[in-house]
Design a protein around this ligand. Structure first.
Ligand SMILES: [Zn+2]
Ligand SMILES: [Zn+2]
Ligand SMILES: [Zn+2]
Length: 208
């Protein structure tokens, strides 16, 4: 019984770690600091589901990773940081002699959580008629998250960066770091012009 409590605590802590890492990575992708890492995500934001485009044009998701290295539709922008995380976490676990079963719980939770939230759930926020929007238990939560994600797509700062609502299903770290925006302010056309200039390279990725 004590071991079950132990494992439950590891699952919860690992979920929070996954949320934090996802939040930080999402912010990094939007900063444009590492161009090759940001390419797919910013194509999602600037070309496929742009700030003035429909966020749910059809029942099919438009994949931004098609012409790049990816596993399924999970692009290099998630795979590379995941590899870094695995090595880093393993080093820490090894140094602190964390038991193998706890390590396994950690990795399984972080990977499953990240996949469900940042890949599955996110992509479903861009398709029409997803079952969750009608599910009596989940619809309130799902619709609220989707609304905040629409705002994430539409709000730009004057530098041309999207800087609100980096969470997908949960917004704990947006709250903590002050990036939560529950309402959409009037559209920043000046910021959008700056964004189009900044991410111009996405339109013609091969011509560079
Ligand atoms: Zn234990
Ligand atoms: Zn984003
Ligand atoms: Zn999106």
């Amino acid at each position: 019984m004590r071991e079950m409590t132990h494992i439950a605590a590891w699952v919860v802590a690992s979920g929070i770690v996954a949320e934090l890492l996802g939040y930080l990575l999402h912010r990094l992708l939007h900063s444009g600091r590492i161009r090759w890492l940001s390419a797919s995500h910013m194509k999602h934001h600037m070309v496929l589901y742009g700030p003035l485009q429909k966020q749910r044009p059809s029942e099919h998701y438009m994949d931004a990773t098609t012409d790049r290295f990816s596993i399924g539709n999970i692009g290099v922008e998630w795979l590379a940081p995941t590899a870094v995380l695995l090595v880093l976490a393993e080093t820490i676990f090894w140094a602190f002699r964390v038991r193998l079963v706890h390590q396994a719980v950690f990795f399984a939770t972080v990977l499953a959580w990240s996949f469900v939230m940042f890949s599955y759930l996110h992509d479903r926020m861009h398709v029409k008629n997803f079952w969750m929007e009608r599910n009596p238990i989940l619809k309130g939560w799902f619709r609220r998250g989707r609304q905040l994600h629409d705002i994430h797509h539409r709000m730009l700062n004057d530098g041309g960066l999207m800087d609100k609502n980096f969470g997908i299903g949960f917004f704990l770290f947006d709250r903590l770091f002050g990036t939560l925006s529950p309402e959409q302010s009037s559209f920043n056309h000046h910021g959008y012009a700056a964004a189009r200039e900044r991410f111009e390279y996405l339109e013609t990725p091969r011509a560079r």
